[in-house]
Ligand binder design. Sequence first.
Ligand code: ADP
Ligand code: MG
Length: 349
Amino acid sequence: SDMTEPRRIRVLDPRLTNQIAAGEVVERPASVVKELVENAIDAGSRRIELELEAGGSRLIRVRDDGSGIDEEDLPLALSRHATSKIHSLEELEGVASLGFRGEALASIGSVSRLELTSNIDDDPRSGWRVVTEGRLMEPRVSPAPHPRGTSVTVRDLFFNTPARRKFLRTEKTEFGHIEEAFRRQALSRFDIGWVLRHNQKTLHQLKPGDDTVARERRLQALLGKAFLENALHLDLEVGGLRLWGWVGLPTHSRAQADQQYFYVNGRVVRDRLVAHAVRQAYRDVLFHGRHPVFVLYLDVDPTLVDVNVHPTKHEVRFRDSRMVHDFLFSSLHRALGEARAGDHIAPAV
Ligand code: ADP
Ligand code: MG
């Protein structure tokens, strides 16, 4: 055909736009796990069970005991830009839920065989199921009994997008990413009970509990005994900012930055400002090229932080980033300094 002839402009089929959006949100099975677990947390669940097969490429199932979804809302849950979490700009600016974009289920459903069963009732004989298969099938709703809560089953991820399926790594690698996603999320909510199963084997069974003993039991189960034995607990509050959690002693540094968990209002965050503040605080006590370990929680007024920065919601923007940076730096610096003064640490140099 004549290349100089302009092609007509057309609005894309919504199911095709879902697949395009899926490119941003669904990188690999672990991203599906993250999104489904965020939804389970947002639904107020007390217990969340994950079941995987073949590194998540064959099966990902997340089952929760949360609020459930109404029958009429089921097909909507799978549509793009459909969300129950925010209904106005004001709500977006103070958003406290993990989700709000209304994109995850639509995206995941466009690149997998998805089944969502839910019940808002305490009667376990009631419930409804909606299924879709790739972008070519309209959601179909039928009755299906389910205890109060929701189960989402995702089979054959990327079955209809071979280019993406090719990028999946080995089962072991993909499961490694899933386990890391699980660890991050299980550390975000001590009050929720968690189960992780892979290929019919139970790998983690974490009881809920929000007291120090229960929290430390979970830290040990997820990060190992050495983490806890070499970490300082801290809890500081200044001017509406609270920082609490555990930071590793400089003597317990690692060659890789692979045990660093930072949460802003319960949301897993990877942030340059935070990374910089931590690095500065450890600068004088850590050998060059070594990385500290930490599990830290920053709680701030939700209106002082913008979470709508990136589709995966891993980044945030603080209204007053200087203040947050200085608060993090001085809190950590002080905690490490006190530990040193208390003679718990041999100086690194
Ligand atoms: P978002 O989380 O951004 O709202 P999603 O596509 O992840 O978008 O989910 C769409 C909607 O489906 C949610 O707003 C919520 O109402 C509903 N939903 C999804 N998963 C669950 C769940 N596990 N329990 C209850 N409701 C859910
Ligand atoms: Mg969501």
